[in-house]
Design a protein around this ligand. Structure first.
Ligand SMILES: NC(=O)c1ccc[n+]([C@@H]2O[C@H](COP(=O)([O-])OP(=O)(O)OC[C@H]3O[C@@H](n4cnc5c(N)ncnc54)[C@H](OP(=O)(O)O)[C@@H]3O)[C@@H](O)[C@H]2O)c1
Length: 225
């Protein structure tokens, strides 16, 4: 069975995912309160995060080649990277103290050289059929192999919208910030084609002007095979 998936994002009042500085402390506190087994992250979000908050990419050391021995209650970071664009920077994620370890989702089209790179560094990975990662298959394997039952995904529009279109998202959790981006808005849901109804399950307001709303999803059509 696929894991329960919460799509958790910080947005502006007009639904933009980018162009503002989210309250990171609050964003991650709310994400952590879900006590997820894993965080699912798109490769572009990793690259952008590295550019925004990283301090360059340090050289690898021998410790980067082994799986970290961390508290098993910490979430796994599950990163989709079928083309190997994160080659050479995965250790910046693995070193993060709140990450149990990194698991890669790759596809049958993923270059063999990248697979070797992962194996040399003891990264666990799931390889699905297809050119891009087959999300349904990957999520079921994550549950079966690694006992992942609950996932928080705080990723970008591309992956978020793909998950919604595949009817894989169970909850939408939005931390709405009191900012309007107007014409510059990068609308969080702009590419969704699935018809999704939402029922409000939680709302909370904070002193910084943010409002947190949580919705359960209901899809008009059943999940695609
Ligand atoms: N405000 C927020 O809460 C928030 C949170 C996270 C990110 N962001 C922002 O969002 C932006 C990055 O997001 P993004 O939307 O560009 O990218 P993204 O969601 O981070 O990455 C796209 C992911 O989708 C995968 N993908 C693409 N097509 C696919 C398909 N057909 N089947 C399966 N997987 C597929 C890609 O895999 P491959 O690598 O295999 O192609 C990639 O891993 C950044 O600007 C970041 O700052 C905002």
């Amino acid at each position: 069975m696929k894991p329960y998936i919460i799509l958790h994002n910080s947005v502006t009042l007009d639904g933009s995912l980018t162009g503002f500085m989210p309250d990171m402390e609050l964003h991650y506190r709310l994400a952590g309160d879900y006590e997820p087994d894993a965080n699912l992250i798109g490769s572009e979000t990793i690259i952008q995060g590295q550019e925004m908050f990283g301090n360059g990419i340090p050289a690898e050391v021998p410790g980067d080649f082994v799986q970290p021995d961390r508290n098993p209650v910490l979430p796994l970071w599950v990163i989709i990277d079928s083309t190997g664009k994160l080659k050479g920077m995965l250790h910046t994620c693995r070193r993060f103290e709140y990450c149990r370890d990194v698991i890669l989702l790759v596809s049958e089209q993923t270059p063999e050289e990248y697979i070797r790179h992962l194996e040399e560094r003891s990264y666990r990975y799931i390889r699905t059929r297809g050119e891009k990662v087959d999300l349904q298959e990957a999520l079921e394997l994550l549950a079966d192999r690694y006992n992942v039952k609950r996932i928080v995904t705080d990723t970008g529009r591309v992956l978020g919208n793909l998950l919604l279109d595949a009817r894989l998202v169970d909850e939408v959790s939005l931390l709405i910030h009191p900012i309007i981006k107007g014409r510059e808005a990068y609308g969080m849901f702009n590419d969704v084609t699935a018809e999704v109804s939402l029922s409000l399950t939680r709302e909370e307001k904070f002193d910084n002007g943010c409002v947190w709303v949580v919705y359960k999803t209901e899809y008009k059509d059943p999940p695609q095979a």
